[in-house]
Design a binder for this molecule. Sequence first.
Ligand SMILES: C[S@@+](CC[C@H](N)C(=O)[O-])C[C@H]1O[C@@H](n2cnc3c(N)ncnc32)[C@H](O)[C@@H]1O
Length: 300
Amino acid sequence: MRLVQHKKEAYWFYRFLSIFYDKLVNPLFWTVPMRDVSHDLMDWSPPNLQVVDVGSGTGFNTEGIVKRVPAQQVTCLDQSPHQMAHAKKKAELQGCTFLLGDAENLPFEDNTFDRYVSAGSIEYWPNPDQGIQESIRVIKPGGQALMIGPLEPKHPLGRWLANTWMLFPTEAEYLKWYEDAGFENIKISYIRPHWFGGESEYGLALLGTKPLDYTPPVKHVPSQSPPPEKMGIGRSLLLIWRVLLGSLAGFGFIPAALFGYVKAAILGREGADLERLNRHQILALCLIILLIAGLIISIL
Ligand SMILES: C[S@@+](CC[C@H](N)C(=O)[O-])C[C@H]1O[C@@H](n2cnc3c(N)ncnc32)[C@H](O)[C@@H]1O
């Protein structure tokens, strides 16, 4: 179903999620150690790298980038003004360039950047292959593109929730999109938060290099804004239904992560003490426990 894998749906999803994204949600699923492992794949050593962060959101991924290159050399692009408003307030990101735009139709000339990074955004793109073709187009020959995203869960319930919510590609799909776009020297690192004890992989970081003699598979048509989608009453109702149901499926992962956290701490799993739950997450955990207790009592 992938209810939120659509530009309008993703826009409205983040209209509300942006309010508690940094406090509650993001630190559960996308952590500093995961970000470090992902960014370590890329070669940051050349001087004066120009970097674009696509789907930069509230700037968590960008905060890692500016540890490696000066903020003045970093461009952040996102389609959500609400997410971007949070990023713009962050002290470390002062100096970055902020642009509203679409990952699948980047407002940049060919060969503009040395590095392209996108974290946790591909899941919302209706045409991920097109977004990846855009990544290779906007970097210079010899430049690198790093795509960070989730992998399809193996557990049937997790897979059902994930696929109801949005796109969770397989590793083979990521690789095919990178190969079809023309990347070479493709490398992968697997990433997971410390609480994730599943046997399957959780997410990956995929690095590719643009060949020095790169020729685009298809001639690039200069960017044009797509005609605005007609929003009649039927489409508006469908949008509300998709965002509500998609969000519900997505929020199903929050209790799973919170209980995984507690379990990891009880088992003394490595890393459990490194990333403690913050007060917003503790409040959410208490509310979920109360809700479950209330449900059980009302059934008995
Ligand atoms: C899970 S957040 C990731 C934010 C950030 N990269 C981070 O590391 O925290 C996904 C972001 O992708 C953005 N997004 C979704 N679809 C997009 C598109 N087609 N073009 C640009 N940004 C998009 C959303 O607005 C949201 O801010």
